[in-house]
Design a binder for this molecule. Sequence first.
Ligand code: C2E
Ligand code: MG
Ligand code: MG
Length: 752
Amino acid sequence: MRIAVLYAALFAAVLATVVTIAGGGLARFGEASATRDMQANARVFDEIIDLRANQMRDAADVLARDFGFREAVATGDDATIGSALTSLKSRSRTDVAFVVTLEGELLASANTPIKSVESLWYRLDEGQDRGMIDVGGELSLAAAAPIKAPDVIGWLVLAQPLDEVELSRLSELAAIDIEARVASQASLDEALQSAPDNTVIERQSDERYLYHLSALPALEDELSPRLVLRHSLTTSLAQLSGLQWLLALLALGGIVLVVALSWRVAKSVTSPLQKLAEATRLIGDGRDVELKVESHDEIGHLAGSFNKMVSAIEERERQIVHVGLHDDLTGLPNRKLFVEQLNQSLARLRGDEQLMVVYADLDNFKVVNDTLGHPSGDALLRDVAANLCKALPEALIARLGGDEFAMLIDEIPDSESLASIGDRIQSCFTRTIELEGQQADCSASIGIAVAPTDGTDGTTLMKNADLALYRAKSQGKSTYHFFEPSLDEQARKRRQTELDLRTALREGHFELHYQPLYSLTQERLTGFEALIRWEHPERGRVSPVEFIPLAEETGLILPIGEWVIREACRQAAEWPKDVSIAVNISPKQFSYPGLANTIIQALSGSGLDASRLELEITESIFIADVEKTLSMLHSLRNLGVRIALDDFGTGYSSLSYLRSFPFDKVKIDRSFVEDLGQGGNAHAVVRAITTLADALGMDTLAEGVELNEQLEVLKREGCQNIQGYLFAKPMAASDVAELLDDGTRTLANKVA
Ligand code: C2E
Ligand code: MG
Ligand code: MG
């Protein structure tokens, strides 16, 4: 709109200038041509007057030569002269005719009012034959012919007043509108009087005039007649003003045209721009927009570029959304997308339809990560993801994080039992994968929850699948478990126990019991194993077998373990110097970097000699990075404490561990002791352990000795120490004091 107005204003200014210049030019042209015409007409007037004078003189000459007329003049026959003159007047269309005698008298014109006959006579006598004379106050053109008999006896003069009638007849011959009059110099306006002949002057009053003055010959003195031509410039230019109006009209038309055109052009520019602005606003509101490309000009290009930009933004948005909903490593949907899809599927669930939520956690993924490195761990996850997608095309598979996957199967065929689906999923994970040239066995623990039985909302189903997974893991891995309501109850209990453990820690509900360790070779009590006891205010005594794994899982084992170490050291410091104390260290405690520090503080705080402290660790610490474990063991050893391998023979039992690290003691697990005296190969195992330990310079101790038969076999197979109910049960600190006072005689008797 503004562009249109600007264009129009600009054009109007240009046009106004052109019209003004043209108008001025036109006026000047009009004046110049009027001036030219005036001068040309003045010459024509002069010639016509001259021609008329010639005619009159010729006519007068004919009569002047007539014999009879000459006689009449010579004789003064007025009657004859009069009738001759009358017929001459009518013949030559003149009003006045008379004769001037040589003596200066007028004949046959008694009533012809000539102003100054004397000066007329004088000029005739000088030979002038034409000029203006004053006849009765009227300026008249006169021509004279001499009358000779044979000498000049007088002059025949013909005269015709140059009155309005006569002059207007002349004016009609002119090309332009001219008023002509003849006036004596004296009768003219002052301005005109002083103007020279043959000139053009302009007079301005209301009207503008162009004047042309020229002198006429005179046959009388003091007459100085002049021909005055006048032309009205105002009138002639008024004719031109029509042209100017036309010009102005054309200009106005031009302006209207320009306004219309620039309006159209502006519209053709602004309306696409407005559309563009509107489209931009819509995009800002997050709406889908596509501009129509209507032309191939710059606007069209702009619309095209705009559309390209919009689709680029959409593509980027799509990517951002994809990144937000997918896992980077495997490209699988993430937890967020899984939850979304699960909720959608649940909303679609009808009648007796079922839906399965599966949680899977890779077994021993940590081992792969720790032993082969993170790149191998990543490769394993990618491989598992790809294999799942291929093997379970009907399932939505997501990675929840770490080594945890989730699957959603929402169309369960009637022909397939839930258990067979579980088997199928299980088998998808159970494979051997090659990583860095090594074969790695892959398996997973799986928990399954089924809607609507196990829950109708996503949160419940996922929680229940997780509980089932937890159960599968604790059942020994590489297995799947369906959710059961009891799992929920167990989970609740676990949560409660966790809370209670915290309270116990805070309020001192823990207590240490001590079980004597007896040396068969020295035949004396050499130390005690500290075993934690929890006196629960409502549940009574809770077994460590029940709460230690939970404390491990929740990390509470760290503060609990620290308390145990301090308490055990403090207690042992009160015992005789040859009595040591063994403390159990859980795997999580072992891998905690602050352990050594805790031990140093406990020792220095209690004043217990480091050599009297024994740490019991289990083989499970070797699952993780062996190198790291060994260096940790060495650094603990360097503190001066002894290290015993607890529960040897269970789990990852391998005699090679004994070779790779010089333990101070090996505690043979109770399960082997139990089997002793029942045939089987328990004897052989015990012997192998004692032989190897002996060779490596390690002490051996048999746990859980309850029977004399077992003791006999152990003695025979060369086991150096025993621990068990046969000798003594774990006991409170006060009982330990009593026992030590007693000099341990009672115990020695039991063993003997
Ligand atoms: P462990 O270290 O192998 O401890 C020996 C367990 O065997 C003790 O059970 C002990 O009471 C039991 N025992 C000893 N002699 C006999 C016997 O002749 N027959 C039978 N049936 N059992 C016998 P407890 O005290 O229930 O502890 C169980 C496990 O809990 C311990 O096994 C140890 O692994 C863990 N534990 C106990 N106290 C602590 C502790 O303070 N810290 C840590 N981390 N773990 C502890
Ligand atoms: Mg132990
Ligand atoms: Mg043990």
